[in-house]
Design a protein around this ligand. Structure first.
Ligand SMILES: C[S@@+](CC[C@H](N)C(=O)[O-])C[C@H]1O[C@@H](n2cnc3c(N)ncnc32)[C@H](O)[C@@H]1O
Length: 220
């Protein structure tokens, strides 16, 4: 096993792993692998867009100085669980509006002390801003038409100046009448006009078709 990106991302062959914060426990049926007394959980890039970002050649891994994350659209906790592994001493506040998914996040948070699920709509950051405070990193994965606007509202509400963020852009939720590349271009222009620096853009096909991972730096 080699450390592939610091902190906390490992690789063996073409497979990616994080160190399991809860040895012996799987979160979504992923493979576990033990080497030199350390247990690793395999990241499935078909299930996690963060995994797909790295598998598709994403070069930057922006968690080196990150202590706090605001995660929008936690789902059942697949990617959240890997971030929890990567930031054992950090905090990950996770916003989710589906009660069913929120239940899964609550169960996960009972076993992982760095997770703080919040049942709320990501379009209303004023509902959770006091809970998460100002964060170092904003991660968004919600299939909503106004994904870029939601991301920018949360940047302004909760991301520290020069903080980093991943926007997992689902182009088909924005519009089905324009090509994915055209949607990406419009999104990029909008983010740029609001002072966000785009550090990297990665096409997540074939793992998530029509999705792009945008890694951004917030204005100062
Ligand atoms: C693609 S899934 C997230 C998968 C997850 N990020 C992962 O990688 O494991 C999108 C999630 O966003 C949630 N969502 C969509 N719109 C939302 C909103 N306005 N507020 C909060 N959650 C929302 C959905 O309920 C769904 O669970």
């Amino acid at each position: 096993m080699e450390e592939f990106r610091a902190p906390g991302l490992y690789r063996r062959g073409s497979n990616l792993y994080t160190v399991n914060l809860r040895p012996g426990e799987k979160v979504y049926g992923e493979d576990l692998l033990t080497e030199d007394g350390v247990e690793y959980r395999k990241i499935d890039p078909w299930r996690s867009k963060l995994g797909a970002y790295v598998a598709q050649g994403g070069r930057l891994w922006p968690f080196e100085r990150v202590r706090s994350v605001l995660y929008l659209g936690g789902g059942h906790g697949t990617t959240v669980s890997h971030l929890s592994d990567v930031l054992p001493k950090g905090s990950v506040h996770v916003v989710e509006k589906s009660p069913r998914a929120f239940g899964a996040l609550l169960a996960l948070a009972q076993r992982r002390e760095n997770l703080y699920p919040i049942l709320a709509d990501v379009q209303l950051p004023e509902r959770y801003r006091a809970d998460c405070g100002e964060v170092d990193h904003l991660y968004q994965d919600v299939s909503q038409r106004g994904q870029v606007e939601i991301f920018l509202e949360n940047v302004h509400a909760a991301l520290k100046p020069h903080g980093t963020g991943f926007l997992m852009l689902k182009t088909r939720s924005v519009t089905q009448t324009e090509s994915p590349r055209a949607v990406l271009k419009t999104a990029t222009r909008h983010l740029d006009s609001e002072g966000c620096e785009i550090l990297e853009t990665v096409d997540l096909s074939p793992f998530s078709r029509g999705h792009f991972a945008l890694l951004l730096r917030a204005p100062g």
